[in-house]
Design a protein around this ligand. Structure first.
Ligand SMILES: Cc1cc2nc3c(=O)[nH]c(=O)nc-3n(C[C@H](O)[C@H](O)[C@H](O)COP(=O)(O)OP(=O)(O)OC[C@H]3O[C@@H](n4cnc5c(N)ncnc54)[C@H](O)[C@@H]3O)c2cc1C
Length: 297
């Protein structure tokens, strides 16, 4: 669980986003993806939009808007959620999209009180048929290469899997016949927290048969361990392969989820590069050439 200070680093400032035309969306489905006995609750939520479908691409987010007044004088509470569907929508229609929401709680620094996050609890409590307000889509999208011989590296943890689910669906269901390699490196505290890759929802498992797709999963050695050590280990173990792939001019890297996942990647690559400066130079080069994308929170 994050402290208030840690959490505030990734907060969304409502003033940075256009919320002038919110749209109504109905909760079409809400399924818990983590078992009841786990303290972590993550839900796969299908939203059905009123009117026209939503025009978006993989890696984009929607805003969930809760009209106020809220604490600290906010008129609106806006939080972003990655769209987990490909641009075709969840059911082949752009009117139905999915998001993957983790129910958040925060510890108040002063009182030590456990405080429920506003938007995530609102979404996880919402019932089928309820109507919510959404905004966006907002940019920060992942550019998927035109050339289907390109290699794709996806690295993330937790709900950072959402844009990768969209990505994999786009590549194997919409684009089809992808020839380059897709590599997913994903970290979770337990096997049951492997979102879209566990016994409750194995949506991504159906692509394991694709010749070009490989998913590597990092599970913390003991459930109470945090994510970073597990993902650190996985990325260190595969650093050689990652480095060789990144060296190819047709390889693209996508990072998504909590900042710890990015730190784990940077640490593994710094070790390969030999120094911080050498990796930073290479990283900047990748960013400038649109070969590295980050969706961090
Ligand atoms: C680009 C992007 C993509 C994202 N994608 C996803 C995603 O796909 N899935 C997902 O689950 N999340 C995602 N997030 C995170 C999400 O936007 C929210 O930040 C998260 O759900 C928590 O929001 P909340 O409204 O529940 O918490 P908030 O209510 O915003 O609480 C956050 C902060 O407010 C403080 N606070 C709240 N109430 C009180 C109180 N009463 N007194 C004192 N302090 C208080 C807390 O300490 C904490 O610091 C994404 C974020 C970004 C930026």
């Amino acid at each position: 669980m994050l402290t208030k200070q840690e959490r505030n680093q990734g907060l969304t400032d409502v003033r940075e986003y256009d919320i002038s035309q919110p749209r109504k969306a109905r909760i079409k489905e809400s399924t818990r993806m983590t078992p009841l006995q786990l303290d972590v609750e993550v839900r796969h939520i299908l939203l059905e939009l009123d009117g026209d479908g939503l025009d978006f691409v993989e890696g984009q987010t929607i805003g969930v808007l809760l009209p106020g007044p809220h604490e600290f004088g906010n008129d609106h509470h806006l939080r972003l959620y990655s769209i987990a569907s490909s641009r075709r929508g969840e059911t082949g229609s752009k009117s139905v999209i999915s998001i993957c929401v983790r129910r958040c709680f925060y510890i108040d620094d002063v009182s030590g009180e456990r405080i429920p996050g506003i938007a995530s609890n609102f979404l996880c409590d919402a019932l089928v048929g309820d109507t919510i307000l959404i905004t966006g889509p907002y940019s920060q999208h992942f550019i998927i290469p035109e050339d289907d011989t390109s290699n794709i590296i996806m690295i993330g943890a937790g709900t950072g899997i959402a844009p990768f689910r969209a990505f994999v669906k786009h590549i194997y269901v919409v684009r089809r016949g992808w020839k380059g390699d897709l590599r997913l490196y994903y970290g979770a505290r337990t096997g049951l927290e492997m979102l879209y890759m566990n016994i409750i929802n194995n949506d991504l498992g159906q692509y394991y048969d694709e010749r070009t797709f490989k998913a590597f999963r990092a599970i913390s050695p003991r459930p109470h361990f945090d994510l970073p050590p597990a993902l650190d280990g996985l990325l260190n173990e595969h650093a050689e392969e990652l480095w060789a792939l990144i060296d190819k001019p047709n390889t693209y890297v996508y990072l998504a989820g909590p900042v710890q996942a990015v730190n784990a990647f940077d640490k593994a690559m710094t070790a390969k590069a030999g120094s911080d400066a050498a990796w930073m130079e290479k990283r900047l080069n990748l960013l400038q050439r649109n070969r590295l994308f980050e969706l961090i929170y």
